[in-house]
Design a protein around this ligand. Structure first.
Ligand SMILES: CC(C)(COP(=O)(O)OP(=O)(O)OC[C@H]1O[C@@H](n2cnc3c(N)ncnc32)[C@H](O)[C@@H]1OP(=O)(O)O)[C@@H](O)C(=O)NCCC(=O)NCCS
Length: 187
């Protein structure tokens, strides 16, 4: 399957760090976010131009809270969004992972991705998303995952489609109208 080389997820041997899994793909290591990632996370989440179809950019304190929120998710849920590290260079090139959320009062697990602009178009979001999709269905045993994407965000919609997700319906999420992409374990 694509670029996925999910260490030992199927045998239940996925390494865990800081309460969350560490996943490996052909090019990437997906590992828990740490506070010392802030110098790399903050410019990514402050990139107004790159994030215009995602939402309001975050200042440095907002990025620190982003890391903090995900570290809280690791404690509570055992997973959250992770740092996307390109192993060859050691660069933090993005952020991708699963979060528990409510979509119009219904509990869902959402798979999301942000890649630093200089790394766009190299299949990184898809490769990271594939690893999390496999983790969601194979290790967590979830029945379904969703991705909440604004209609105009064609690159993100394409990533969802490459992962095998389909547009299910429009839904409000975080007060914004979104397209809800979804995928079931058996699909
Ligand atoms: C969306 C995002 C994560 C994609 O990251 P990426 O690593 O470049 O994604 P990939 O290379 O795996 O795949 C991108 C796909 O979108 C396609 N694409 C890019 N721009 C596109 C556009 N304007 N219209 C249609 N397709 C587009 C690419 O051609 C590629 O598809 P292909 O492999 O069939 O050629 C990245 O653009 C990003 O971080 N954007 C800002 C944050 C964001 O919007 N996150 C998603 C929130 S829902």
């Amino acid at each position: 399957m694509g670029g996925v080389a999910l260490n030992d997820a199927r045998s239940g041997q996925t390494p865990v760090s800081d309460g969350a899994p560490v996943l490996e793909t052909v090019r990437l290591t997906l590992r828990p976010l740490r506070f010392d990632d802030l110098d790399m996370v903050a410019p990514m989440l402050a990139d107004t131009e790159a994030l215009k179809l995602w939402g309001a950019p975050l200042d440095r304190e907002g990025s620190r809270r982003w890391i903090e929120r995900n570290r809280q998710r690791y404690e509570v849920d055992g997973f959250g969004r992770s740092a996307v590290i390109l192993r060859e260079t050691g660069d933090l090139v993005g952020d991708c992972g699963l979060i528990r959320t409510l979509v119009e009062d219904r509990p869902e697990v959402e798979l999301g991705w942000i890649i630093r602009r200089s790394w766009w178009g190299q299949g990184i979001a898809t490769e990271a998303g594939e690893a999390w999709r496999e983790y969601a269905f194979t290790v967590l045993g979830l029945d379904r995952i969703v991705s909440m994407i604004s209609e105009d965000n064609l690159a993100s919609r394409r990533v969802a489609e490459k992962l095998g997700m389909t547009a299910e319906r429009e839904a409000v999420w975080g007060e914004a109208p979104m397209l809800m992409y979804s995928m079931n374990r058996s699909s």
